[in-house]
Design a protein around this ligand. Sequence first.
Ligand code: NAD
Length: 252
Amino acid sequence: MPISFDLTGKTAIVTGANTGLGQAISVALAQAGADVALVGRSSMAETEAAVSAAGGRSLSIQADLSSLEPVDRIISETVAWTGRADILVNNAGIIRRADAIDFTEADWDAVMDVNLKTVFFLSQAFARRLITEGKSGKIVNIASLLSFQGGIRIPSYTASKSGLAGLTRLLACEWAAKGINVNAIAPGYFSTNNTEALRDDPDRNAAILSRIPAGHWGQPEELGGAAVFLASPASDYVHGVVLPVDGGWLAR
Ligand code: NAD
């Protein structure tokens, strides 16, 4: 069989698809041929237009991922649309910044709920259906450099993304033999809402830029290739990796 990155006939679910990395991943998957269910709590209009411009089809699903309420509905609405759900990209995530000494329980719980708890239960719902029907699938978690490093002033974010790396490995171990690939992408410093505070701080911005071998903040489109790879047949024997896409940051 020739190596294939083709996603024609596949249906992908992307959480947090309205903006930033989730939007770029949705467009990349659509360019590779997938139908894309766009999941999020705000308007998807911009992503719908971008997917359509890329020649793809999308369905928008309103869902607040800070609770487990929408988990089963996300899978059932997707399956009602195309009859299938082959790829799940757990991209939605939040960050709260404060010194560890002052960090609040509310900032701990909010981040852990969206970045880790809902990711696990949505992955479970997605995998249950595939396993019941004897089908294969792909889960791509959006981790972080904070899956490898400590960072500062983001204790719940670092805990959630380090936890997500572990969860990626555990799910890979349990589900690889069932035909479900579970992997993660660790984006470096990308230019999105998530990192606006860092880019607005001249000292942090300069310090970050000086350490990136590629010499620039990542642009969301630069993540698309890794997402397509991990969603496609080309990665069928890849299980449990956390793939950095970071302009060389971790190599430094
Ligand atoms: P962003 O803030 O632009 O996007 C976050 C997305 O998550 C948005 O679509 C938002 O609506 C969604 N979201 C947040 N809370 C939600 C909720 N309760 N219900 C539904 N959707 C919710 O930031 P981004 O940079 O595009 O982040 C995407 C992912 O990439 C996140 O998991 C983030 O941690 C991760 N990440 C980003 C960077 C970076 O440099 N930008 C680096 C490493 C990891």
